[in-house]
Ligand binder design. Structure first.
Ligand SMILES: O=C[C@H](O)COP(=O)(O)O
Length: 248
């Protein structure tokens, strides 16, 4: 039985001071022993968030990182910097990074490899656009994203990875995928991992759904056999996130 993992992606929201307030507000609401709970916050608030979350079940994740160790990359954050301050997860290849910051499947793969090198768990995002869904190429497109993201990743590393399936048309739109749509793609992702590695790896890897998840939709989505939790945007900034974490 895979342990659920429910992560909030704060995106570009909340100042460091607001981060302390929100974490203190959410701490009792997201308390659970049944799932991993991760808050992915803006880089400037990571240290603050790690301190604010101490003593709770909340783990802190970054929203991005660079794939090089260090060097002349003005404005970037290196994996060792995240590791040094106690960041345990990093979102990689979110569709907003792909769309606005030119991330590609190849840079996603480099970042995934580097995150593992530093013992940071990658939350690897994939997902189709509305056009791709309408053209019937969703599964083909996502299989390609997954195959490239996992190039040279060992089976032991892959077992600990998290994949977030986020249909682009469902992000921030209020149009949540139906549980059948989400399950179909998450199963296809697991089948793809099984083809790349083996059934043990496919059974171990955790696959989240993301895209307009709310307290109302969480229970049905997270009860699907191949959905192991969620990557939540807007609703992770509200007390409702407590209901999403404790969705049962
Ligand atoms: O990473 C989270 C996703 O982009 C979902 O965002 P949303 O819940 O606001 O639709």
């Amino acid at each position: 039985m895979r342990r659920k993992i429910i992560a909030g992606n704060w995106k570009m929201n909340k100042t460091p001071s607001e981060t302390i307030t929100l974490i203190n507000q959410l701490k009792p609401l997201v308390a659970t022993e049944e799932a991993d709970v991760v808050f992915c916050v803006p880089a400037i608030s990571l240290t603050t968030a790690v301190t604010a979350a101490k003593g709770s079940n909340i783990q802190i994740g970054a929203e991005n990182m660079h794939f090089e160790e260090n060097g002349a990359y003005t404005g970037e954050i290196a994996p060792a910097m995240l590791d040094d301050i106690g960041v345990r997860y990093v979102i990689i290849g979110h569709s907003e990074r792909r769309e606005y910051f030119a991330e590609t499947d190849v840079t996603v793969n480099k970042k995934v490899l580097k995150a593992f090198e530093h013992g940071i768990t990658p939350i690897i995002c994939c997902g189709e656009s509305l056009t791709q869904r309408e053209q019937g190429v969703t599964i083909d497109f996502i299989r390609q994203q997954i195959k490239i993201a996992f190039l040279n990743v060992t089976p032991d590393q892959a077992k600990t990875a998290v994949i977030a399936y986020e249909p682009i048309w469902a992000i921030g739109t209020g149009k949540v995928a139906t549980s059948a749509q989400a399950q179909e793609v998450c199963k296809a992702i697991r089948d793809c991992i099984s083809e790349i590695y083996d059934t043990d790896t496919a059974e171990a890897i955790r696959i989240q759904y993301g895209g307009s998840v709310t307290a109302d939709s969480a229970a049905e989505l997270f009860s699907q056999p191949d959905i192991d939790g969620g990557l939540v945007g807007g609703a992770s900034l509200k007390p409702d996130f407590g209901k999403i974490v404790n969705y049962k």
